[in-house]
Design a protein around this ligand. Sequence first.
Ligand code: ADP
Ligand code: ZN
Ligand code: ZN
Length: 724
Amino acid sequence: MVIARVALNVPLDKLFDYEASDAQPDDIGCRAEVPFGRRHMVGVIVELASGTDLPSDKLRPIRRILRDTPPLPADWRALVLACSRYYQHPLGETLAVALPPALRRAEAVPKPNADPLFRITEAGTEARTRLRPGSLASRSLSFLVERGPVRASALKAALPKAAAALRHLSAKGLIETATPAASPAAAQAPVALPEQSAAVEAISGSLGRYQTFLLHGVTGSGKTEVYLVAIERALARASQALMLVPEIALTPQLENRVRTRFPGARIACLHSGMAEGARAGGFIAAANGELDIVLGTRLAVFTPLPRLGLIVVDEEQDPSFKQQDGIRYCARDVAVLRAQQAAVPIVLGSATPSLETFQHARSGRYRLLELPRRALAKSLPSVRCIDTRNAKLQEGLSEPLLAALESTLRRAEQSLIFLNRRGYAPVLACPACGWVSGCEHCSANMVLHLADRVLRCHHCGAQSGVPASCPTCGNQDIHPYGRGTQRVESALRERFPTARVLRVDRDSASTPGKSQALLESIHRGEVDVLVGTQILAKGHDFPRLTLVGVLNADASLHAVDFRAPERLFAQLMQVGGRSGRADLEGEVLIQTEHPDHPLYTALAGHDYHGFATAQLAERQQAGFPPFMFHAILRAEASQLARSLEFLQTAAALGGQLGQAAVTIYDPVPMRLTRRARVERAQLLVESPQRPRLQSFLRAWIAQIYAQRAPAGVRWSIDVDPHEF
Ligand code: ADP
Ligand code: ZN
Ligand code: ZN
């Protein structure tokens, strides 16, 4: 009897046995359709066995093995299995996350779109001289002459509307399809700066073995250029390259830059916003070894790549690499794991590396590569604080900022007003002396819960009443931090009636089409003043943008989350990096009530090292990551007491395991306790040693599964949580 052991997308940490008389060893890794209860489900065959513990009346036959797509390769399964173990998530559910949606169903997957390679014919070479210069046909032929054999997609990236020209030219016999070379050639790169060459040599010297690099370079220092040359070296060895970027940074500009650099390469761009068929097609083409480069967001880390040679993670500190529901994986960390398993180098790039990564570089586990200056622009923008403690603000805008806006408008350059919205949790603050509502027991701030009029610490659960006046200076005018920012746009319009003001936020840029249109109008210079949130911070290059004004940044200084300063620093560096990218000088003005705060001083000095070193010292002292490893068990139910009770029981189970060097804290209500009518609570577990935490979690979570949660209680585990 042949038994197929199948991983299914259900919240149970086990495999399911089915009778599969026709299954062959080659079917391991194939998807299969199986009966499950009264319905059918698609799962993945993980093992074949000759027997089962199931009683024979419970054993059901497999419905069919889905052999229309290739079996998922062993190294890919090993990666998914490692993730399932590390993040304490059932294998079947982890596989379902790693597969594109179309492959989670039994229907046949459409063939991926072909991306033919074209070259110019002799007739084309002759005809080129007769074509009207500047016509689409002439420019297309010139591109083929300059770049050699070119993919249709690369031509379309370089020349919009080229699709029609391609059809026309090939019908006339001026171009023809070519057979791909073993390794696609790259277009000419700019002459590398010495630091760039050193970085590229270090990375390409590691091709063929595992090594993590931290490429630390200010915005515009030429990091992307380094990635591209390193990718070129990997392709030259007939390897595949995987490049991960944050959600927001995956712009058509970046995609075009990669396609035009590698005009002959087979490139897939994978992200969650794309059509399911195209995503599945890219996945399968990659698995078949038919792709050279995969460029994508978080989910692309799970693309099967049989000839993987290099991984790049750009903006490695970006929060969007962490999945915030289901299996809470961090794609950057999974990418490092993958590089280890595949024995390939990985480059983590950033202007403001995460403290986790920076600490690894300091300790020598990662190799640090630095690009200390900008490649094109003469200098970094100047960063200055505007002290708003005694200034009169008009809708949150200070006089010096308004004056700077005015003179930027006069020079016909662009400005950006940046509203920081992240990390805002109401903490009490005193504007007179700078006191904030800190917790006695933790280096964290207490959160103001207005409904029950208490201050509460989300780390240890400590609670206290709301003081009527500042405990330090007696000032009675203490208030929750944060200021309304909705009216900034209209205030700007009122103040500068002739300026073209554009607001870019989740509403106005809600679809890729809308945000593309907005970006194009900015590039065409149709906007004078941009108002926006972090959407604008990344990946864009606006040559005429010279002034960046930052409002309400202070909210993050007082946030409860110990990662808030790190994020604020990264965000302000990034948004500041938007200014003065080309030959114009850039200026960044930060409105703050704490102009002498070390975070702003470090920012003004472009001193990432100083900032990171100070933060790491604080984290070490306080016993926070990266010197401590965290996991959070969360529970939700219709009543808070039930969530807490479940966690209480779980904590007791954990306590009985008696794992040394692991601390289990008391359950506390979550900061946002009630959400969508459920009451949520959480429990923090920590250890200074990752392996100890891991072995504790393995035993503990297995017990929690075995115990079964009471009806109406849902729980989840978050390993290496980013948010509390
Ligand atoms: P980053 O990724 O660090 O922001 P990029 O690689 O995008 O930097 O480079 C910033 C700008 O400088 C781009 O316009 C790029 O084409 C240009 N650039 C990068 N390296 C060089 C170089 N060695 N010579 C000339 N221009 C360069
Ligand atoms: Zn005070
Ligand atoms: Zn506390």
